[in-house]
Design a protein around this ligand. Structure first.
Ligand code: NAP
Length: 219
């Protein structure tokens, strides 16, 4: 059993979710409201450790009216417990679950656990986080919906493991280029088109200057 997973991201027309320097302010103000509504409707939000280090996101509902209790559980996929102790994701606005592996140094785990009672750290996997196992664990903990907010590497692992149910992208009318600028889905990638992860378009609409596409993943 696993939560229902929606991969949500903003990208440029050339599929980039960040510039080569790590700047990722892509969505227009109307789309940001959609993102925060989706956060409010989700039990949890999950990101990879690089996103935490580069963007330092809060991952709370703060662009629409909301109570503290509307904030979803924040989940960080962080094999080696590298989450900086001053990250905004560790603030007391919402509970945070840091998922590490057996490779994580004990001192790092302890420092995270000691920071506040809001932070929980679990060990899951040997080298990289075992995502199918984690989804099962989250379901056991009562998490029924999960919003996957990137980045590129974690998006690939989640899709590749067959764990994503929906993909929602906001396409901003911009092109930025750059081979080093991360795309919506990175990771190892497939070899041939017939190995592609297939999607079915469910909905499309504009929000300000942006185009939003919602797909279900065909399994
Ligand atoms: N435009 C948008 O909507 C948007 C949204 C989010 C992020 N971003 C951008 O995306 C960039 C970061 O993306 P990224 O691809 O570099 O990193 P990421 O996906 O945020 O984090 C990937 C890291 O997670 C850890 N990890 C542990 N277990 C894993 C597993 N099973 N599968 C995958 N990852 C696992 C690995 O590091 P360890 O082994 O060290 O743990 C891995 O390198 C940032 O620049 C950010 O601005 C943009």
């Amino acid at each position: 059993m696993k939560p229902y997973v929606i991969l949500n991201s903003a990208m440029t027309l050339d599929g980039k979710i960040t510039t080569k320097t790590g700047n990722s302010e892509i969505s227009g103000s109307e789309d940001l409201l959609r993102v925060h509504k989706l956060r409010k409707d989700s039990d949890s939000i999950m990101v990879g450790i690089n996103t935490v280090i580069i963007d330092d996101p809060r991952l709370t509902v703060h662009k629409i009216p909301a109570e503290k209790s509307d904030n979803p559980l924040r989940i960080v996929i962080d094999s080696r417990a590298r989450t900086p102790l001053n990250s905004r994701i560790l603030n007391d606005e919402a509970p945070t679950l840091i998922v590490v592996t057996e490779k994580a140094p004990y001192e790092n785990i302890q420092a995270l656990k000691d920071k506040t009672a809001n932070i929980d750290v679990i060990i899951n996997g040997e080298d990289k986080v075992d995502l199918p196992l984690l989804m099962n664990e989250l379901f056991q903990r009562g998490v029924r919906t999960l919003m996957l907010e990137g980045g590129s590497t974690l998006n690939y692992s989640m899709i590749n493991e067959g764990l994503v149910d929906e993909v929602r992208v906001c396409i901003a009318p911009m092109i930025i280029g750059g081979v080093k600028a991360k795309t919506l889905v990175g990771g190892e990638g497939v070899n041939y088109m017939n190995e592609a992860f297939k999607l079915k378009l469910k909905k499309n609409y504009t929000l300000g200057k942006d185009l939003v596409l919602e797909y279900t993943v065909i399994k």
